[in-house]
Design a protein around this ligand. Structure first.
Ligand SMILES: O=P(O)(O)OC[C@H]1O[C@](O)(CO)[C@@H](O)[C@@H]1O
Length: 254
């Protein structure tokens, strides 16, 4: 995995946005794999800025989000569909019908999972997948123990994930306990992956992802099995890395 250590969150956000822009410039039909959570908010802000400054055309691009809470309607303020509209889709010219987020309030979640996985396949697969990382090493909502061959499915959220995400809800008991999430195999199927981590709270998860053998106990470590992963971390998130990993670091700015 390629490791890029940047000074701070602002630089991380800029770098990630630049990667997405160069992808869309090179291939206007890019299939973007998108993430939610606190970490990519700055990237989306930079992406909107850059797209406006450089008149980036998303009219032929499409997108697939990693996950959605089971039980929330797409218009619920904390749904990941609402998050994406607010943070990105309403500000670029990507056609609404080309943006895909799993439907969380369906009566048949299993059918929704199969439909979503098939839609990704029909789109030709994801060209570049953006990921955050949970404090416990999760990617998407693939919690520890998620198998390498997992595809889009309904997953049970761990207590630590529910607690971490409670900050977006009025109380912890309003946080859904399940989600529809792309699986590890779905994520590993993307042609390119870029994972973002910021802040000291992520330092141990980042260390485990990069320094331990790939294991389902730390889902992000399974990205070691992918041939084209760029990990962009700020100095705080990199603070627990050992020198052997840092020796292979790509200097920031290159
Ligand atoms: O970026 P944050 O808010 O720290 O979240 C990290 C991860 O947790 C999730 O928000 C899910 O709990 C993921 O979507 C994200 O990758």
């Amino acid at each position: 995995m390629k490791l890029v250590i940047v000074k701070d969150y602002a630089e991380l956000s800029r770098k990630a946005a630049e990667m997405l822009v160069s992808e869309v410039k090179a291939n206007p039909k890019t299939v973007l794999g998108l993430a939610t959570g606190g970490t990519p908010v700055g990237m989306y802000r930079e992406l909107i800025k850059l797209s406006q400054a450089e008149s980036i055309d998303f009219s032929q691009a499409s997108s697939f989000n990693l996950d959605e809470y089971v039980g929330l309607s797409s218009t619920h303020p904390q749904s990941y569909r609402s998050y994406m509209e607010e943070n990105l889709f309403n500000h670029i010219n990507i056609p609404a019908e080309k943006t895909h987020v799993p439907v969380g309030n369906t009566t048949d979640p299993l059918a929704e999972c199969a439909r979503y996985e098939e839609a990704i396949r029909l789109a030709g697969g994801i060209d570049i997948q953006v990921l955050g990382i949970g404090n416990n090493g999760h990617i998407g909502f693939n919690e520890p123990g998620s198998p390498t061959d997992s595809v889009t499915r309904v997953v049970q959220l761990t207590d630590s994930t529910i607690e971490a995400n409670a900050r977006y809800f009025d109380s912890v008991d309003q946080v859904p306990t399940q989600a529809v999430s792309m699986g590890i195999k779905t994520i590993l199927g993307a042609k390119k992956v870029v994972l973002l981590a910021s802040g000291e709270a992520k330092a141990e998860a980042v260390r485990l992802m990069l320094e331990e053998e790939p294991t389902a106990d730390v889902p992000a470590s399974l990205l070691q099995l992918h041939p084209d992963v760029t990990v962009i971390v700020d100095q705080e998130a990199a603070s627990k890395l050992t020198t052997s990993v840092l020796a292979g670091t790509k200097p920031s700015g290159s």
